[in-house]
Write a protein that binds this ligand. Structure first.
Ligand code: ASP
Length: 326
């Protein structure tokens, strides 16, 4: 290669590097989209929209939410795995990111390789609820009822890989029953049908059930955390009612596609931490039975560690239940 060509190529490389560096320094220069892999109005959507508002003011660009429901969250997650790693397409997903690699025999992405973690967001208790005219009025009654009538009871969930699916799986395991499962694209439409009386039982996050429980639109039986939830103090824990193995908190994380520049990830991490420290966000989370994670947990390293350990935690439990999606 001639010296002139070598010089030209070197100049092009320098220019390209300079323009990439300036793109990172200027970031963001256009709206950012956070994909929620479930339908609008559900718990993951609620959490995302709350933090998106504060991230918008922190980043000086609109942070928009796009709902891509289906296949228990794997459709939306798969779409972000394929997105350009430029910081303009992100994913807010929950515990399903750690269960999908075991539940799905042919998952299109590897959660540990396809994404650059930004930070954890929150961990939300789940509640066992039912249509308001279902016979049992407390947890002991529900357990007896499901043991006798489980095979004729419909259980709503947001698809294989969703938290509501996982919770239902644990409930069925604990009771030794197999209910008729009814999948939805998210927990919002599942809740609509519980309120409407079209399906019987749902186990979902307090971010999706608190308002309906307080309004008396559904019956509520128990929370799935070790301690009772301050905003729903009358509800016993699953442990208190003898469902010891039904312990589950639905943790959420914010991700970018793998290959996103670390400087962009750092900006997003800062904006996420500001959002989680915001008083309005904290107050709304508390009303919905949850709290933001600490600043130390809203980091890439912490989310990566959480994802890695949760994949290991859920693998044997799912394998023992023998529930898979192809
Ligand atoms: N939380 C729901 C689930 O995983 C999904 C949703 O956010 O709509 O069951």
């Amino acid at each position: 290669m001639s010296t002139i060509w070598k010089g030209l190529l070197a100049s092009i490389a320098v220019l390209a590097a300079a323009s990439a560096a300036s793109a990172q320094a200027d970031y963001p220069t256009q709206p950012i989209t956070i994909v929620v892999p479930f339908s609008a109005g559900g718990p993951t959507d609620t959490v995302t929209r709350l933090i998106a508002q504060t991230m918008t003011s922190e980043l000086g660009q609109q942070v928009l939410v796009q709902n891509v429901g289906g296949a228990g969250g794997t459709l939306g997650a798969g779409q972000v795995a394929q997105a350009k790693p430029d910081g303009y397409t992100l994913l807010l997903h929950h515990i399903g990111m750690s269960t999908a690699p075991t539940l799905y025999r042919q998952l299109a992405f590897d959660p540990l390789k396809a994404f650059a973690p930004i930070g954890q967001v929150t961990s939300v208790p789940m509640t066992i609820v039912a249509r308001k005219d279902l016979e049992p009025s407390d947890a002991a009654g529900l357990i007896t009822y499901l043991k006798a009538n489980g095979a004729d009871t419909t259980y709503a969930h947001a698809g294989i890989g969703s938290a509501s699916h996982l919770c239902g799986m644990l409930l069925q395991e604990a009771l030794g029953v197999q209910m008729i499962t009814v999948p939805y694209q998210g927990a919002a439409p599942a809740m609509t049908d519980i309120v409407g009386g079209q399906v019987d039982v749902l186990c979902d996050q307090t971010t999706n059930t608190t308002n309906q429980i307080k309004a008396g639109e559904v019956k509520a039986y128990a929370v799935t955390t070790p301690e009772r939830v301050a905003s729903l103090p009358e509800l016993p824990t699953t442990k208190e009612v003898g469902l010891d193995k039904m312990q589950i908190g639905v943790w959420h994380g914010l991700y970018a596609p793998a290959g996103t520049d670390p400087a962009i990830i750092a900006k997003l991490e800062g904006a996420l931490q500001k959002a989680l420290a915001n008083d309005t966000v904290k107050a709304r989370f508390a009303e919905l039975g949850t709290a933001p994670v600490s600043a130390a947990e809203a980091t890439p390293d912490s989310l990566k560690a959480q994802l890695t350990s949760q994949i290991e935690l859920w693998r044997p439990i799912i394998q023992a239940a023998g529930t898979y999606a192809d």
